[in-house]
Ligand binder design. Structure first.
Ligand code: FES
Ligand SMILES: [Fe+2]
Length: 433
């Protein structure tokens, strides 16, 4: 189920994945607070979750904090003196204050702001003011920060609230994304991003990024022309894969736009062309011209892994990799996008979007990047424009199902995997009772 399928694509993706079903999709999981509680218990507290990149904490003492509502947790991720990346609950062992209030920083030790307990970078309790006033058997060794499972895949830091995860991070990622290993994620060091809270269920927000059906309409005045359209006028993905957890889509560009020109996408001098997101506005072309040769990275020297452009389609533009449950990683020949749709409640989601480019070496290259920021911001605003209305309409209860077309199979796959894990979790709970 996880392996790329070679040969002819079936007439319908649903024919390849009969286990996913093909009927209407229930609305309740998108609007029901009780279902959200099940997702927290059986999905988010049991699954690897992407929290950041190693470049954010390059040296000993660098840390960042992630508040994860879906896990009822605040997590410190820190670079230790040995160079390891570790994660701890952001909870003091004394009277439970948050050890760190700031979202990121650099420390020699963590000092709790309440009574001054000190923890080293490995989470050990090393200092307790007025320690003699505690009981005689008080043992600092047993009061360190509570560790959280943490591992790194291709520079992406993941945590797992399960102290003994059922799958290692490597085994979790490899079946669908092993072919992406070796992609030069670490070379794209010019990062910018946005975050916002959307009053919408996390699956509803993610779903808007894992189908191209909406592109011709929602993005009709921006990027629609950048994608290859079928003769129905709808941009179909080249192919889609559904695994045990993850899913991915391969997307074709319109060869008549700069975006869809594969030659432009594979040479260093015009690397930026592929990234233009297809805008055909004159300023886009001007920005592109300014960016020519502006990148510090020579893409001609970068060997891209075979898992990129897995369909080998001549007009391939980019891949959408949906890392279960809510990490969207879009890989391109010369930049990548990393989005998280972090649930806050059944109808609230923290959308964190980051885009990673190579450093530019010319003023023209920088201008191009600034242009790209604005262009992508506008496209994301288009994506977000419908979602709060969709959530409000879904919550009216007027419909108890939604209808999906074949190329919305990733929406179905996401819902089916969540449901499978909840059922398995409930079954395991019953067996233990
Ligand atoms: S709560 Fe942290 S030192 Fe008291
Ligand atoms: Fe979109």
């Amino acid at each position: 189920m996880n392996q790329p399928v070679t040969g002819a694509q079936p007439a319908r993706l649903h024919d390849r994945y009969p286990d996913l079903g093909r009927g209407p999709l229930p609305v309740a999981p998108y609007i029901d607070p009780a279902y959200w509680e099940l997702e927290k218990a059986h999905v988010f507290k049991k699954t690897w979750l992407h929290v950041g990149r190693v470049e954010e904490i390059p040296t000993a003492g660098d840390y960042f904090v992630k508040d994860l509502a879906a896990c009822d947790a605040s997590i410190i991720v820190v670079r230790t003196r040995s160079g390891a990346v570790k994660a701890f609950h952001n909870v003091c062992s004394h009277r439970l204050n948050k050890v760190v209030y700031e979202p990121c920083g650099k420390v020699r030790k963590f000092f709790c702001k309440f009574h001054g307990w000190a923890y080293d970078l490995d989470g050990r309790l090393t200092g307790v003011p007025d320690e003699a006033a505690f009981e005689a058997d008080f043992d600092k060794e047993t009061h360190g920060l509570t560790p959280v499972s943490c591992d790194v895949w291709q520079g992406f830091v993941f945590i797992n609230m399960d102290p003994a995860p059922a799958l290692s991070l490597a085994d979790f990622m490899a079946p669908m994304f092993g072919g992406l290993e070796g992609y030069p994620f670490h070379m794209f060091t010019a990062c910018y991003g946005w975050s916002t809270v959307v009053n919408c269920n996390w699956k509803m927000v993610l779903d808007a990024f894992q189908e191209t059906y909406h592109v011709g309409y929602v993005h009709g005045r921006s990027i629609a022309d950048a994608l290859e359209k079928t003769d129905t006028g709808s941009p179909h993905p080249i192919d889609g894969l559904c695994g045990d957890f993850h899913r991915r889509l391969s997307i074709a560009g319109n060869p008549k736009s700069v975006y869809g020109n594969p030659k432009a996408a594979t040479t260093g001098a015009s690397a930026a062309a592929e990234a233009l997101a297809g805008s055909n506005r004159p300023i886009a072309t001007a920005a592109l011209r300014l960016a020519q040769g502006g990148t510090k990275l020579s893409f001609d020297e970068v060997r891209l892994p075979d898992g990129l452009n897995w369909t080998r389609h001549p007009n391939w533009a980019f891949d959408i990799n949906c890392v279960f449950p809510e990490f969207y990683l879009s890989t391109r020949p010369n930049y990548f996008q990393a989005y998280n749709f972090r649930p806050i409640s059944h109808d609230k989601t923290l959308f964190e979007a980051r885009v990673y480019y190579p450093e530019m070496k010319t003023a023209g290259g920088r201008f191009y990047q600034e242009y790209m920021k604005v262009a992508l911001r506008d496209v994301l605003l288009e994506d977000l424009s419908t979602l709060e209305h969709t959530q409000a309409a879904a919550a009216t209860g007027a419909k108890d199902h939604m209808v999906l077309q074949d190329f919305e199979i990733m929406v179905r796959h996401g819902a089916v995997v969540v449901d499978r894990l909840i059922r398995a979790g409930l079954e395991a709970d019953r067996a233990r009772a």
